[in-house]
Design a protein around this ligand. Structure first.
Ligand code: FES
Ligand code: FES
Length: 245
């Protein structure tokens, strides 16, 4: 199939040739499609000005606006905070945040269910207070970012973990972390969500399996446990309904 773009594997270095689309260019193009669904089921890759971003449904995944100066200069060094700890790492311009987290920093919860096409949500992490698709986010754009993964959520003892156990809300090991991260992002923004809010927030996490219906009650249970959790962990009170993180 000569016209089919070749995204290559995640470490592709030689795809930017002979009419083939590189992962880096693919990500850039996806980012330029501001406000347009890049993929299935409502998960979107968005590179949009703040006003446009605020108008997006919360399950939209924001891809940060490119920092060309850093990303265009070959190998770049980025410092970012992941689950409360600071990391400095040299990254290639085509690396995704998912690659950086998994392959360099050892955070294995961001998965790659759809081949890094922005279609499944299994790679979701929270970056600067928003859920993002780490497979659609260039690592070189993440300098200064504050990132939270499912590891951090579990380590903090967030009530989502027990709620997911209580409601048997698990998908497989590939899908569950992305759901939990999306749910956490929702609760950070809205500590008193409705079932519809939960369904909306999880709308970009897709799989073919059967526990979808268990997620809303699990997230609603976790919301009820939030005040106690925040008291225990000394966390700041979270924004109430409707506020954006
Ligand atoms: S959306 Fe990122 S791996 Fe599927
Ligand atoms: S593929 Fe993971 S739960 Fe469906």
């Amino acid at each position: 199939m000569p016209d089919e773009p070749n995204f290559g594997d995640e470490g592709n270095k030689g795809a930017e040739n002979a009419g083939k689309m590189s992962r880096r260019n693919f990500l850039k193009d996806a980012g330029l499609a501001a406000g347009a669904p890049a993929v299935l089921g409502g998960a979107m890759a968005i590179s949009a000005p703040p006003d446009a971003e605020a108008a997006q449904p919360y399950n939209a995944r924001a891809v940060p606006v490119a920092s060309e100066a850093v990303c265009a200069s070959g190998m770049a060094t980025v410092t970012l905070t992941v689950n409360g700890d600071k990391y400095t790492q040299a990254v290639e311009p085509h690396w995704t945040l998912r690659q950086l987290l998994r392959d360099r920093l050892g955070f294995t919860s961001p998965k790659d269910w759809c081949g890094g096409m922005g279609a499944c949500g299994s790679c979701t992490v929270i970056m600067n207070g928003r859920p993002v698709l780490s497979c659609m986010t260039l690592a070189c754009e993440c300098g200064g970012a504050v990132v939270e993964t499912a590891e951090g959520i579990a380590k903090a003892g967030h009530p989502l973990i027990q709620a997911y156990i209580d409601h048997n809300a698990f998908q497989c090991g590939y899908c569950t972390p992305g759901f939990v991260v999306s749910a956490k992002a929702l609760l950070d923004r809205n500590a008193d969500p409705t079932e519809e809010d939960v369904r909306d927030a999880l709308g970009g996490n897709l799989c073919r399996c059967a526990t979808y219906q268990q997620h809303p009650p699990a997230v609603l249970q976790a919301a009820k446990a939030l005040p106690e959790f925040q008291k225990r962990s000394g966390g700041e009170p979270k924004p109430s309904k409707g506020a954006r993180a």
